[in-house]
Design a protein around this ligand. Sequence first.
Ligand SMILES: O=P(O)(O)OC[C@H]1O[C@H](OP(=O)(O)OP(=O)(O)O)[C@H](O)[C@@H]1O
Ligand SMILES: Nc1ncnc2[nH]cnc12
Length: 172
Amino acid sequence: MPDWSTLIRDVPDFPRPGIVFKDITPVLADADAFAGAIADLAAPWRASPPDAVAGIESRGFILGAALAHALGCGFVPVRKPGKLPARTLAQDYALEYGHDRLEVHADALPPGARVLVIDDVLATGGTLRAATALLRRQGAQVCGADVLVELAALDGRSRWDDPAPLRAVRVL
Ligand SMILES: O=P(O)(O)OC[C@H]1O[C@H](OP(=O)(O)OP(=O)(O)O)[C@H](O)[C@@H]1O
Ligand SMILES: Nc1ncnc2[nH]cnc12
């Protein structure tokens, strides 16, 4: 099977002029590529799976839910504002093209639960750092922060000051 990451495509000027957007939808649309990407995300966690995978809206939902299923653990959605129905905790953050806020249910996980945070892309790192901080405030123990793709040019790794280990399956 060809490397799934060759299917990631560049979309210039999205969502703003000057941004080259890394689009993973062709990976998701190809059964073998999608399975390969999930297998690569799952491999280091098979021996000692987390209690839950937390996926960041929106592409982190797709990868995170598939990963949770592969690892036999639960899934927790980390959502954009105003989407979760019960009581939430919130964390503001900056990203490559603006500002946003993430929310999680206050009772999403029991205290000390081991949670693995998942997203598709690490760019500046603001989104992933906000998610790990939020889950820690919620009471979980963040055992890792994994992404499918790290955009080296945006240098999110050099700003990674979170105690959780950061892992990227591919660096582009
Ligand atoms: O490392 P950062 O600079 O924080 O950027 C990475 C984030 O940006 C993208 O999401 P986006 O905010 O575009 O939201 P979406 O998934 O809802 O489209 C991507 O899916 C990551 O979540
Ligand atoms: N260039 C990019 N491509 C995909 N997702 C992103 N999130 C932030 N910057 C991004």
